[in-house]
Design a protein around this ligand. Structure first.
Ligand SMILES: *Cc1c(COP(=O)(O)O)cnc(C)c1O
Length: 355
């Protein structure tokens, strides 16, 4: 039953590109599904949305987001359940977060009928693009930007919301080397760290490139005031297993409220494992390591799911985590998260959205 107040018209492609997809060797972001969704917001309201063949956009060089970066996005995944049906993992959380980002960036509210129904229709139409082998998925990328054709600074009045999707291959968890950055910051109080704003990513590119040159995989960001409390790693939330307690930084305006973060916390608590959301200083981590209490450390996010940490380098000193073969928390929570996503275990928290 379709109770949507939005017309979402569909213009299908004449020739699917699905046979260009190598199911055995999916390279993330290389090939996009046949269709995309687009909707303009003008004169204070959403115009009718359209699903149309994936293709290039044509825009005036004066389009405002090119200049001022008023743009946000989301990252969501669809999986195939045990019956081979596509299911989307917790998309309502992304819809809510998208609107929190939109509010902070001065972008319009995207109603459920546009975000959720649009996504459902798009994934349904391109369901052949949801891969089925191994631990693969369809990555869903909603995004929105200001598209006034004006380079003067004024509140923007024209916006574009879009959704594109692309297949994602299995993710292999290779433990990462982390550089604890005490110079650059990702977010600061009063800023936009809690939003999925394009600019947060833009601002992290240079520090990321610098630490890669030094031979590390990711940055552990610290707080922007004292450079002392851990925040996130790269573009993931971060967790430390200290003794028998799992500690992750508490939410606030400098931490992105990850859906994977919340899912992992929920599953850990289900297992009776103690989870603390609180301020955690790098000194406490160093002290825990010296006391033999630093057991495991990992990042969480939709793209990589769970990413184990091999070592952390802080002020020239390298802290090595115990060998991942001896870890217990990460393997058990990852196993369960995957079992739920792929419909191999009861979805007791109602996380799967059927299309
Ligand atoms: C997207 C993102 C995450 C992870 O969020 P998920 O909802 O788990 O994908 C974490 N940190 C940052 C900065 C992010 O942009």
């Amino acid at each position: 039953m379709d109770v949507s107040t939005f017309e979402i018209s569909v213009r299908k492609t004449e020739l699917s590109r699905i046979n260009q997809l190598d199911q055995d060797n999916i390279q993330f972001g290389k090939i996009y599904s046949d269709h995309m969704l687009q909707a303009y917001h003008e004169n204070g309201e959403w115009q009718n949305a359209e699903i149309l063949p994936y293709g290039n956009l044509s825009m005036s060089p004066a389009t405002s987001f090119f200049h001022y970066g008023q743009a946000i996005f989301e990252g969501i995944k669809a999986y195939r359940d045990a019956d081979g049906k596509p299911v989307i993992f917790r998309p309502y959380e992304n819809w809510k977060r998208f609107n929190r980002s939109a509010e902070r960036l001065g972008l319009p509210y995207v109603p459920e009928e546009l975000f959720m129904d649009g996504m459902r229709k798009l994934v349904d139409l391109d369901s052949a693009w949801v891969p089925s082998k191994g631990q693969t998925s369809l990555y869903i990328r909603p995004f929105m930007m200001a598209v006034d054709e004006f380079i003067g600074i004024k509140p923007t009045t024209k916006f574009l919301f879009m959704i594109i999707t692309c297949p994602a291959g299995p993710y292999y968890d290779k433990p990462v080397s982390i550089y604890v950055d005490d110079k650059y910051v990702r977010a600061f109080p009063g800023g936009i760290g809690y939003t999925k704003a394009a600019g947060n990513y833009g601002a992290s590119m240079y520090p990321m490139t610098e630490v890669r040159k030094m031979g590390y995989d990711q940055i552990l960001w610290m707080d922007g005031v004292e450079h002392k409390y851990v925040q996130e790693i790269g573009t993931m939330n971060v967790f430390f297993v200290l003794g028998d307690t799992v500690v992750t930084p508490e939410l606030g305006d400098t931490i992105l409220e990850g859906v994977t973060r919340d899912s992992v916390i929920t599953l850990l608590r289900d297992k009776g494992i103690k989870v603390e959301e609180r301020q955690l200083s790098i000194d406490e981590i160093v002290a825990a390591h010296e006391a033999g209490e630093l057991k495991e450390a990992f990042g969480t996010g939709t793209a990589a799911s769970i990413s184990s940490i091999a070592d952390l380098t802080y002020k020239g000193k390298k802290i090595e985590l115990p060998s991942v073969e001896n870890w217990t928390v990460v393997p058990s929570v990852l196993q369960e998260l995957n079992a739920i996503r792929y419909g191999k275990q009861e979805d007791r928290h109602n996380w799967l959205y059927r299309i």
